[in-house]
Design a protein around this ligand. Structure first.
Ligand code: GLU
Length: 308
């Protein structure tokens, strides 16, 4: 499997809190991967879900990235400015009869079966044949097919999912009148010409849904590289929802070296970095030359998982 060049990667944080160690790891992995292919690295603020955004988080994330020596190419894209674009694609899918309106409540959904793997409810197509006329406050679901979607992840290997069986018709437009994460991310990756998506393993199982949408919309397929999650001492993913601590901005060099340790930079190289007082940009440049992200699973990252 080869990587398309010119390479364009991205980091796409949701502004739901400050940057924490887990998101630093993701940013760093995607940056190193992009720069090791002499590619571009874009920054996209995924603020499509207005109810989850936290005021000021975008600026705090941008500031943390700058403090850690990251430099993005092109202008920062905010999803909140792109609603009209997402709407156009929704209309296209609607005209092609590939989506339908659903007015089931959360309560209705809870009556359906849960997929053990994803923890999500499998929608029973209750609204599929109802032919509901449009009015405000209704969501749209995409019709799924019983075929398998397979993809190759450059770190995790092959994965196959039957969307209809394992996920069901999923929401692409929320009743609060904005695009779902799935629709927005697929459109943005296409329009920004992203060639590879590097992100946390929590989104691995959602990837076939995104490929399904790429196919429906006749978009290119991106490459994928899902990195292991940083977990806390209770076994939970470090996340803003789990109240992960914000990064200490007094020690950006130390944070970067710790992230590189997680990403599998070998002991000698880590020692080298600790011994020399490099600044953040120098640390990142050193990592671009010396870190092979593909070896991540053969290193001690798992050990580190349990101590964070
Ligand atoms: N916005 C998502 C997050 O902050 C990442 C989405 C993606 O990389 O596709 O977890």
């Amino acid at each position: 499997m080869t990587i398309n060049t010119p390479y364009i990667g991205r980091f796409a944080p949701s502004p739901t809190g400050d940057l924490h160690f887990g998101s630093l790891v993701t940013a760093l992995a995607s940056y190193i991967r992009a720069k090791s292919f002499s590619g571009k690295w874009l920054l996209r603020i995924e603020d499509v879900d207005i109810y989850r955004n936290q005021k000021g988080s975008d600026l705090s994330i941008i500031n943390s990235l700058l403090q850690h020596g990251f430099q993005w190419d092109d202008e920062i894209v905010y999803q909140s400015n792109r609603s009209h674009i997402y709407k156009e694609y929704l209309n296209k899918l609607s005209l092609e009869n590939k989506v339908y309106i659903c007015n089931c409540s959360r309560k209705d959904l809870q009556k359906s079966v849960k997929n053990i793997e994803t923890g999500e409810y499998l929608y029973q197509r209750t609204c599929f044949r109802k032919n509901i006329q449009f009015s405000s406050n209704q969501s749209y679901r995409v019709k799924t097919e019983p075929s398998n979607i397979s993809f190759y992840d450059h770190l995790q290997g092959f994965f196959t999912q039957n969307i209809e069986r394992d996920v069901g018709d999923f929401i692409i437009w929320r009743k609060e009148n904005f695009a779902s994460y799935q629709l927005a991310v697929v459109i943005d990756d296409e329009l920004q010409n992203i060639t590879e998506v590097v992100r946390g393993y929590d989104l691995f199982v959602q990837t076939p849904r995104q490929i399904y949408l790429q196919n429906l919309l006749n978009f290119r397929r991106t490459e994928y590289f899902h990195i292991p999650l940083v977990i806390d001492m209770f076994g939970n993913k470090l996340s803003k929802q789990n109240k992960a601590k914000p990064l200490n901005l007094q020690t950006p060099e130390k944070n970067l070296i710790q992230a590189l340790d997680f990403l599998g930079l070998e002991e000698n190289a880590l020692r080298h970095l600790r011994k020399n007082s490099y600044n953040c940009k120098e640390i990142i440049n050193y990592a671009i030359k010396n870190l092979n992200l593909n070896l991540m699973f053969q290193t001690k990252s798992k050990e580190l998982n349990s101590t964070l």
